[in-house]
Ligand binder design. Sequence first.
Ligand code: FAD
Length: 465
Amino acid sequence: MAQYDVGIIGAGPGGYVAAIRARQLGLKVALVERDKAGGVCLNVGCIPSKALIHQAEIYTQAHELTELGATLSLKGFDYQKVYKKSRQAADTLSKGVQFLLKKNNIDYISGQASFKDKGQVIIKKADGQSSTLEARHFIIATGSRPRELKGFEFDEKQVISSTGALFLQQLPKSIIILGAGVIGMEFAHIMNAFGVKVTVVELLDQILAGADSECAAKMRSIFERRGVQFYSSTEAQKMKKNSQGISLSLKGKGAPPELSAEMLLVAVGRAPNSEGLNLEQTGITTKKGTIMVHDYYQTSVANIFAIGDVIDTPQLAHVASKEGEIVVEYIAGKKPRYKRFPDSLYPSAVYTEPELAFFGPTEEQLKEEKVEYQKSVFPYRGAGKSVAIDSTEGQVTLYFSKSHHEFLAAHIIGKHATELVHELLLAKHAELLPEDLADMVHAHPTLSEVSLEASRAAEGWAIHI
Ligand code: FAD
């Protein structure tokens, strides 16, 4: 039986990146996957959803041609083709990961893994055969799945999960989305763009919990203008199915007692994939299924590590990948810069139109933590590029400390926010100050000038306002 330095369970952005980095550091690696290489992100998450969003943008922009006098006919428009394009993007990237794994001489094993003990994993293959994998270290990167809500169970026909939503080949006429988090809002954007009547029901008062409340409120009003109906502070209590679709009984401020639609998308979070791994056999500690980790993402068993959606850090692809890098560098005897990557340095991104992107605490959190901060805001409309491309809606908000002016957080709502955020994040990483950014020449006209002006505003001298 081959002895590996590292056995990795799960080939999502956590597991496959860890495997490649481990090979680069000279470790002998086996990677076990029960489904497709690339995990949720490439197959049923980030990539196909962004492909749908891209098609939705083309569809919306096509309508803008009428402003130029064109007569537009959408005859022949076929959502199934949109769906197919999203699958092509996912498949291309999944194959790309397989290529990278081969190129890096990683032993890729198809099958479902479970622990025999802390040094061995049993792999059950689709044909019923099983094999044993022995390794000095294991990394659990088994990810997560859509969280099911009691009383609103998925049938993937009338009541769908995000995975079901990605595999729709025909859109419903109307949909209720339960949950106004990132996934719920991205699907609200896609469906609304393609003409579906969208209603979003959210338990909390704010949509996009975790985002700055000012940005979230702006996003809500932009969506409302496009016809998306929101019921926040509202609980869906019961669901009934009928031949037309589903109906929900609601309880909340301003919500009707009953709401009907052809379909219900339940997007209320993700549950960690930790059952079936036989963790009891190893002594690994979990809390409601989430694997608990210490420094360097080490579990309660010294040679077993866990990363990505299965642990208690933000459930994002780039978070899983970064954690994977840190773990294998630690195993290889390198000294990673971080024992645990700080949450405040992870960017978050919402790929709606406009986009939302941020890092660091919200204003509410700064207040709660009694941090002495200053705030500077600059609107998109102050940058010439936003006018030229007809995207004036949005703003960059910077939070920096009162005492030393270092960056605490940045929150952007607007066109290409998910790209713009990285300049500000680099500034924080490199411990630069707003005055450094204000001093830096930005090409004109660009949307990056909004960040430049927000930095100048932090110094009290924004020009274009
Ligand atoms: P996963 O990607 O979940 O991969 C885990 C892998 O482990 C899976 O392939 C699974 O089959 C395998 N596995 C599980 N158990 C076993 C076992 N016992 N044996 C063998 N294999 C096993 N994040 C972003 O950063 N940006 C986005 O734009 C974004 N968009 C998203 C859109 C949607 C609709 C969804 C659902 C998610 C999105 N996410 C996004 C979240 C992102 O997909 C996850 O955070 C990321 O995939 C987590 O990576 P991971 O490696 O931890 O796990």
